[in-house]
Design a protein around this ligand. Structure first.
Ligand SMILES: CC(C)(COP(=O)(O)OP(=O)(O)OC[C@H]1O[C@@H](n2cnc3c(N)ncnc32)[C@H](O)[C@@H]1OP(=O)(O)O)[C@@H](O)C(=O)NCCC(=O)NCCS
Length: 222
């Protein structure tokens, strides 16, 4: 029997559970550090992160924040992490996908694409030929990445954003919803608008601030 534990019993966890069912998982449970959450999508929350060590299921981390996702994934045995793709996603034969990456319904990933671990390729997004997507990137719902783009680690591409072909974005960047990126982004930060421009704000979406990282370690008990 295929068994899966999903870390994070929120909205993202629910979507992952549905994809897991469609991938033949028959035994699905959640862990979540919020004691008030008892179940998700009809499946029980059986404990907290610490309880992951007490079973031998496959694991997926369904936490939207890239910093949290990375920390949790690094705390579990690598060979238990699986990647999942919705059966109604379209993935070319030679695409490589790292462990812990989730491909959602309607996503299209074309030939030559390489996707790292812990990424989210969200509903109805597309990644065209020969793109390189590093670890813990989130391509949000309806975002479109044209051919031969590079997206650095933990960068977040907002809903409906567009990357023009051959553009590169370094790590730890947040691209706002509906933004159009037409040239390389070489400095971390938040970029919005058409064409994309940087706004002067602390990037809470990526939580790259070291104090927040320390706090997250404490809160996550890892
Ligand atoms: C970019 C984003 C992260 C910024 O959030 P924030 O740090 O809270 O910033 P604020 O809402 O305070 O906005 C700051 C300024 O940027 C502007 N702005 C914010 N998001 C924008 C966007 N997507 N496009 C254009 N302008 C935007 C605001 O109007 C505001 O302008 P002002 O200072 O002239 O009033 C957020 O607006 C966003 O787009 N999130 C994407 C959500 C998403 O895609 N979710 C997908 C889930 S799958």
């Amino acid at each position: 029997m295929k068994k899966l534990t999903i870390v994070g019993a929120g909205g993202y966890g629910k979507v992952v559970a549905d994809i897991a069912i469609k991938n033949g998982y028959e035994y699905i449970t959640f862990v979540d550090d919020n004691p008030l959450i008892k179940d998700c999508y009809g499946f029980p929350v059986v404990g907290t992160l610490k309880d992951l060590k007490n079973n031998d299921t496959d694991i997926v981390v369904a936490i939207g924040n890239a910093t949290f996702r990375e920390k949790i994934m690094k705390s579990v045995t690598k060979d238990r992490l699986v990647s999942l793709a919705h059966p109604n996603s379209v993935i070319a034969e030679d695409v490589t996908i790292g462990p812990g990456t989730i491909i959602m319904a309607g996503a299209v990933i074309n030939p030559g694409v390489k996707i790292g671990c812990g990424c989210i390729v969200n509903t109805s997004s597309s990644i065209d030929h020969d793109c390189l997507i590093e670890d813990f990137v989130h391509v949000a719902v309806g975002a479109h990445i044209a051919g031969t783009c590079f997206i650095g680690k933990k960068t977040w591409i907002g809903a409906g954003a567009i990357l023009s072909n051959n553009t590169s974005i370094i790590s730890d960047v947040t691209i706002g919803a509906g933004t159009v990126v037409i040239k390389d982004i070489k400095e971390p930060g938040i970029y919005v608008g058409v064409p994309a421009e940087r706004i002067e704000k602390e990037d809470c979406a990526n939580m790259k601030n070291s104090d927040i990282n320390k706090k997250s370690e404490r809160e996550l008990n890892i």
